[in-house]
Design a protein around this ligand. Sequence first.
Ligand code: GLC
Length: 619
Amino acid sequence: MNPEEMRSKPNSKKRSLANSDSLLMTSPISERVENLLGRMTLEEKVGQMTQVEKDSLPAGAVKRYFIGSVLSGGGGNPVNNTPAGWLEMSSTFEKEALETRLGIPILYGVDAVHGHSHVVGATVFPHNIGLGASRDPDLVKRVAGATALEIGATGVHWTFAPCVAVPQDIRWGRTYEGFSEDAELVATLGAAYVSGLQRGEDLGSPGTILACPKHYLGDGGTTWGTTLPYPWITDNPQGVNPRYKIDQGDTQISEAQLREIHLKPYIAAITAGARTIMVSFSSWNGVKSHANHYLLTDLLKGEIGFSGFLVSDWQAIDQIDADYYKCVTESINAGMDMIMVPFNYLRFIENLKRAIDHGDVPASRIDDAVRRILTVKFELGLFDRKFAEESGLENLGSEDHRLLAREAVRKSLVLLKNDHHTIPLDKSVPQIILAGTAADNIGIQCGGWTIEWQGCAGDITPGTSLLEAVQQAVSMETIVQYDEMGFFADDIQAEVGIVCMHEIPYAEGVGDRAELTLNVEDVNLLKRVRNRCQKLVVIIFSGRPLIITEQLPLADTWLAAWLPGTEAQGITDVIFGDYPPVGRLPYEWPRSGSGPNQIFEPTGTGDIAPLFPVGYGLH
Ligand code: GLC
């Protein structure tokens, strides 16, 4: 069908045709898709390929332009940031879509990457680095299942998770979004996460949420210093952000290494049922992934047979060229199916329609993209299900989910050092001194992608801080003294001291760091408390291993807690002996400097052996 024919096929009937005939409802999905596709105008097809950030959509725009997907980007919360406020927001867009001529429902997407973590009151689970340390696929599947219930209750259908990056250089600000530097472990846990979100086989079963493994391909393999500026992108800080040094950079490796390290998790995720995949900002040997026909079409859709749809990353196609028309034609022709615009959707729609009219994008490519999108929408049951009624708002932050999060925290902890069997600590110890900003700060405890894109320090959502967990764990007679800066009275000589060190919350390239040494405040804090106690336990809240070699002798026990989320009792469960530490390092812990972890070189063959190898953990 040529563009003119596509345009000239509006159907006179007003009522929604998507579900028009009851016979159709029971037909195979492929027939329902073809039936619907055959009725669609060019505008309706282009609309399905358009994903817009919710604040960029005036009332009526979803209906007017047949928008196929709306997203809340990082921090894209409703003004009323409560579960009910999220449900009201998603329902508003859903209603508009159902009022269109064909009534094709929207897919509402969100970054629920460690629980439905932008919603105040939701359960915030450990970030993937902690789940990676657990090496427990069953736990990961249960975490994803609970997360799915909290997402669905708010009327959201789709989460841009799991991140199945295989980070090779822990200076990357997204290291904590990766399960591990080990491809096999990432593949196993990523598949478990997909299964948890999608409840196994039937994508349309109640409680199912659409998964979106990301970011294809090689996002975790980029080389430090290869991130480029895009000066023509002026409406988004990611256009030119000098802090981005490795995020969105260039993955400069052979195809064999690309397949060996970065492709495996996608094959596992697709086998587990993934039906959408988000493409990476990064490049492979100088070619932007969003414009790489070989990676998107020949390899993923052809050789591997992925029949779902590809969604772009946030305004990512704009990085292809300063000429937006080229961005559109090159990305769609390379195999992109849905574009996360996310702002200027009119410009995208106009350019894509022009490209079709000019024959620069074949109509067959449009039909293929829309066919993929409609197929997934039908498979998800989007035309038939009432997501919010399947689980209920009471699921968000429920006791069961918080207990599950507490279990995940327990299993994520990696015990790096424990001289003199300092832990388990005695719950009846007379006095404990506790220090560190992070010890009483839920925001730091959760890290990035929590309430806000970058996360934020402070009491940002209900949860249990480390201080509260310690207070709850010890006996009534135990005195717990807390000081953020570790200043205690000169006469204090406690049996036990606990210091909580941390990285401030960050996300994406904002967290790219050349040096991973402890900050001087934390080192001074450690020294102050060291002089005030007999046994000193250090707990680290961080998105990656930090350089602690010089400070290691100063404390008896060192515990990596990563970014544990809202349930810090999981930590006291271990340090006070209710549960043993079981976690093992998902990343090599470097001894010095912050040189790249070259996983495809045998561990430790770099110029400096690690302080602790991958898989290390005292039990
Ligand atoms: C971001 C991230 C991606 C996220 C998307 C939507 O830039 O790269 O992981 O899903 O935009 O927030």
